[in-house]
Design a protein around this ligand. Structure first.
Ligand code: SF4
Length: 357
């Protein structure tokens, strides 16, 4: 297949220059101290790349450190329970990623004897690993010639070649990304293009004056950096009302709240949750069936945005004076380490502050 960009064959000399320039730029300008770059291993690259899917580096840093402290290698991770991994993931979002890490760790234990595979076909077949993550692991950890196409790299390529059309298909971008690969130092090259995207070729206001490839960058030449890549059409998030209920034991030990573990479906699969309701009728039924109609107080309201949803959560609180059981629910100490969604973390933190006063 012949490489064509905007219907034309790109200048071969510029293509070869691209990786060479970025590799030499990276020496003094790239990132060298990220925790997954120290004593680099396929395991660390895998964990970091999964955490970095849809999440920024600065958010990932503390999570990554805690994670590898607790699970320093594949063997340690494969002995962990999913619940323990979810605890470390609490607040990072996109919890399916944690579940996929768990599933992959079991495959690495059983099929690969705790060794991370080196072949693309084996890596891509692991849960939660797509083509770009596989490419990152192969290039960063094994120094193999594989392309990546995460959001940052996509932006650099689109701007460098002035690919305006948002219809420019993914297949073509992959082909361009592959064509830009050097014959050696693929580990440095991959890190350098990722760094260029996150440090220089920024989404808003790229700092082109400091860019090593500005001379041949078509968007820079044609003054198109503000229009490439084309802005995503804003999707109106579906507003969803929810009602959470804090049922707390005001008897001997005030630190117990009623919780239920979510089933294996949905964005917060397998995390612990407060009694929660989408319909008033469900809430009323729960209150009636459990004789809870007195002492219900308004506690708080939380707005929480997810990719396609905007949650508006009303929170009510009931303090119980007697210990009692609820079908399908458990009493959890608010200081216990358990996997929780972000809104529940916010509620529990507020409760802790009040109790610790
Ligand atoms: S010159 Fe500007 S637009 Fe082009 S790659 Fe560099 S930072 Fe991005």
């Amino acid at each position: 297949m012949e490489l064509r960009v905007n219907g034309e064959e790109p200048n071969k000399f510029h293509l070869n220059q691209f990786s060479r320039t970025l590799i030499s730029w990276h020496k003094n300008n790239g990132r060298h101290n990220l925790p997954w770059q120290k004593e680099i291993s396929p395991y660390k690259v895998w964990i970091s790349e999964v955490m970095l899917q849809q999440t920024q580096v600065k958010t990932v840093l503390p999570y990554f450190k805690k994670f590898v402290e607790k699970y320093p290698n594949i063997k340690a991770l494969s002995n962990a329970k999913l619940d323990d991994i979810l605890i470390l993931w609490t607040g990072l979002g996109y919890y399916r990623r944690a579940e996929n890490l768990y599933k992959t760790s079991q495959i690495l234990k059983e099929k690969y004897r705790y060794k991370f595979p080196e072949l693309y076909e084996d890596i891509i077949s692991l849960p939660g690993i797509g083509r770009s993550t596989a490419g990152a692991i192969l290039s960063l950890a094994y120094n193999k010639k594989y392309p990546i196409l995460d959001g940052n790299v996509k932006r650099v390529i689109k701007r460098y070649f002035a690919i305006r059309s948002s219809k420019e298909d993914e297949k073509n971008l992959w082909y361009i990304s592959e064509s830009l690969l050097p014959n050696k130092n693929n580990n440095i090259y991959t890190q350098s293009i990722m760094d260029l995207g996150s440090l220089v070729c920024l989404k808003n206001s790229p700092t082109c004056y400091a860019c090593p490839i500005k001379k041949n960058c078509m968007s820079n030449k044609l003054n198109l950096t503000n229009v490439i890549p084309a802005k995503n059409i804003k999707v109106n998030k579906k507003k969803t009302l929810k009602l959470y209920l804090i049922i707390i034991q005001n008897f001997k030990n005030k630190k117990l709240v009623l919780m239920k573990k979510n089933n294996n479906n949905g964005i917060w699969a397998n995390l612990w949750n407060l009694p929660s309701f989408e319909k008033k009728t469900e809430y009323k039924k729960f209150i009636k069936n459990n004789n809870l109609d007195s002492n219900i107080k308004k506690y708080d309201n939380i707005k929480h945005n997810l990719t396609h949803l905007s949650l508006d959560i009303d929170i009510l609180k009931i303090e119980l004076c007697k210990i009692r059981d609820f079908d399908n629910y458990s009493w959890k100490n608010i200081y216990d380490n358990i996997g929780l969604s972000k809104p529940v973390v916010m509620i529990i933190n507020k409760l802790k502050k009040e109790i610790d006063k």
